[in-house]
Design a protein. Structure first.
Length: 280
């Protein structure tokens, strides 16, 4: 997370309290504030301390682009600091967000916790056919789509990967229930579930009437499912992760899940129309 110079200046005014939207911090308190975030400064006994605003801005520039800059924002806007303060927390949040949005971020307060969201979320949109449905599985699909976007924005990349798999699971379960007269109970094997839906949608790459190039594409879809199943186990938050997910990993998982789900919905629509036309 890297802030522009104007955002640093705005944040600096909140850290010092000079904007009067946050509690005032004296020189010694500013030194303690940044030392709690990993800095190692000392307030001079005999004077020589720079202007408070300059000290704060210089420290912010030093931390800019590091994880600590998020901690600065979270600590500056800690709801506990506003319990007896004359200005509401919302005023400070609104003030900072005016600048943060130019850096593609925003602050939100959820359950008395400060969250910093990246406004550049996943890029693929999924328009599914269950939006007006009240069925639990269909509501779950909507929930997973929203969680994927929100967690990427929040920087919870492991969680986004887990929700990407959950989204695909829900889509496949719904399609199998719609298209099979005897749908099987889902046992957690995502690849096996996909192969069943694959046959129901006539997407089996072993079909003899399919060209070699299309077979490669259809085989690639199976690889996507295999990948989502394994990357969730290695990087998702459902198990102990063996490696830490980055933003681009999460976006890949979420966008792959959405793209595959969109293709499956389109294929089902095509197969349904084709069947109705043949029946007539």
């Amino acid at each position: 997370m890297r802030l522009s110079e104007r955002t640093i200046q705005a944040l600096g005014k909140l850290v010092t309290g000079d904007e009067k939207l946050t509690p005032y911090r004296s020189g010694p308190r500013l030194v303690n504030f940044f030392n709690e975030l990993g800095c190692n400064d000392h307030y001079p006994d005999g004077g020589g301390f720079p202007s408070r605003w300059k000290f704060a801005e210089d420290k912010l520039r030093e931390l800019n682009g590091k994880d600590a800059i998020r901690a600065v924002i979270a600590q500056t806007l800690d709801p506990r600091a506003f319990l007896d303060f004359q200005s509401p927390l919302s005023s400070a949040v609104d003030y900072l967000n005016k600048y943060l949005r130019f850096d593609d971020h925003e602050v939100v307060i959820e359950s008395d916790r400060v969250k910093i969201r990246n406004l550049r979320g996943a890029t693929v949109e999924l328009d599914h056919p269950y939006k007006q449905s009240a069925e639990l599985t269909h509501l779950f699909i909507d929930e997973q789509i929203q969680k994927c976007e929100r967690k990427i924005g929040d920087g919870d990349f492991d969680g986004a990967i887990t929700n990407a798999r959950s989204l695909l699971e829900a889509v496949l379960v719904s399609l199998e229930r719609e298209m099979s007269s005897t749908p099987e109970e889902y046992d957690g094997d995502l690849v096996k579930l996909y192969r069943r839906v694959q046959k129901l949608l006539n997407l089996d790459p072993s079909r003899k009437d399919v060209s070699d190039s299309l077979k490669q594409v259809l085989s690639g879809l199976t690889s996507i499912v295999n990948g989502l199943a394994s990357v969730r186990n290695k990087m998702g938050d459902a198990h102990v992760s063996t490696s830490r997910a980055a933003r681009h990993h999460a976006k890949l998982a979420v966008n792959a899940s959405k793209t595959l789900a969109d293709f499956l919905f389109e294929t089902k629509t095509y197969q349904t129309k084709k069947g109705a036309k043949n029946a007539s």
